[in-house]
Design a protein around this ligand. Structure first.
Ligand code: FES
Ligand code: FE2
Length: 368
């Protein structure tokens, strides 16, 4: 028996780039699980809409007159034109198809069909195709499954990371300070795997080592803490370059003594939620193809912060931009490497156990 017996292997190379695997991932993963699409604040008032493309399916979130947020496929029931082209917008009374101008009320009902006799089309049965939508702490998730999915709360409660408990910082009340979108030339699993380990931290993120000393050991956890957090260095309350930066603490952390901690949580298969003393970052990982993703990050702060004259979230944004750029470059380099004909599988040492757990989770979805 060798000591190497416990070494486990990664997914096979093709799982990270082939069209066949991507087709399986679409059906078994993205069109079956709850996918994070954005904060409710992004569709702030009746008539606001947000378009989110999920692994090739275009979805609209629309806030209705009744304040309810509804999801629809971005597809006209007439001849199938997409309804909305941009990322977001606002309409007064209805969504209007750019092809033959059919109009849909904010609840998806077909209401106008110019030049077509009213009795010709049964409007009742020609509403926009709905998409299941649920909201947790003002984070909006959609589910494209044809079958009844498990409730969102059950899904959030059965994650590898303690997602639900993060609500304690007052997530529902947070407000958006900034939204960034970046395209990454890497398969979604490479991005998820990278999020689940810190063996790369000392080499890839030199600046982050000063902020989170626990990462110097290459572990995602900190000795002596059992809450899944890692302590911020030098009394920091924000993940930023300057240790003196002080922004209002998140509502649920007010009155807390001592240094703040950073908590990172993944919601399989498509969300990162990173919380520190004074900000929370919600990232939607939206696959755009077998070898590419779009990452949309919302920077959330305490509502109090927006009352402060000259409130400036730039230091938090800049630091996260830097770390994310470093991660994305690493992921793109991995993408190029795993496409080599030489790469059959990689190996997992013990400190990659969370990455291995992610792969196991994924395999449960795609195995026959
Ligand atoms: S395709 Fe939309 S109105 Fe014709
Ligand atoms: Fe990283």
């Amino acid at each position: 028996m060798t000591t190497f017996e416990s070494i486990r292997t990664t997914l096979p190379g093709a799982a990270y780039h082939s069209d066949e695997t991507y087709a399986v991932d679409q059906e078994r993963v993205f069109f079956r699980h709850w996918m994070y699409v954005g904060r409710a604040q992004r569709v702030a008032k009746p008539g606001s809409w947000l378009r989110v493309d999920i692994a090739g399916e275009s979805v609209l979130l629309v806030r209705g007159r009744d304040e309810q947020i509804r999801g629809f496929y971005n597809v006209c029931r007439h001849r199938g034109s997409q309804l909305c082209d941009g990322d977001q917008g606002e309409v007064r009374t209805h969504l209007r198809c750019p092809y033959h101008a059919w109009g849909y009320a904010l609840d998806g009902t077909l209401v106008t069909t110019p030049m077509i006799e009213r009795e010709e089309i049964d409007r009742e049965s020609t509403s926009l195709w709905p998409v299941r939508t649920e909201v947790w702490e003002n984070f909006v998730f959609v589910n494209l499954s044809r079958d009844e999915p498990q409730p969102l709360m059950d899904a959030l409660g059965s994650q590898q990371d303690e997602v639900l408990s993060l609500a304690r910082v007052g997530l529902a009340d947070l407000r958006i300070g900034h939204v960034s979108t970046v395209e990454v030339q890497a398969n979604w699993k490479i991005i998820m795997e990278n999020y689940n380990e810190c063996l790369h931290c000392p080499t890839v993120h030199p600046e982050l080592m000063a902020v989170v000393p626990a990462y110097r050991k290459g572990s995602v956890q900190e000795d002596g803490r059992d809450d899944g957090g890692v302590t911020l260095a030098d009394g920091r309350t924000a993940v930023a370059a300057d240790p003196r930066l002080r922004l209002p603490l998140l509502p649920g952390l007010k009155g807390q003594e001592g240094p703040a901690a950073y908590f990172g949580a993944m919601v399989y298969p498509s969300m990162f939620l990173d919380v520190d003393g004074s900000s929370a970052l919600a990232t939607a990982v939206l696959p755009t193809g077998p070898r590419s993703c779009r990452l949309v990050t919302e920077y959330l702060f305490s509502p109090e912060a927006f009352d402060i004259p000259g409130f400036d979230p730039t230091p938090v944004i800049d630091f996260n931009d830097l770390v994310t750029r470093q991660d994305n470059e690493a992921c793109e380099r991995v993408q190029r490497g795993v496409m080599s004909r030489a790469f059959d599988r990689g190996v997992f040492p013990a400190k990659d156990s969370w990455v291995h757990a992610f792969d196991e989770r994924y395999l449960r979805d795609v195995r026959d």
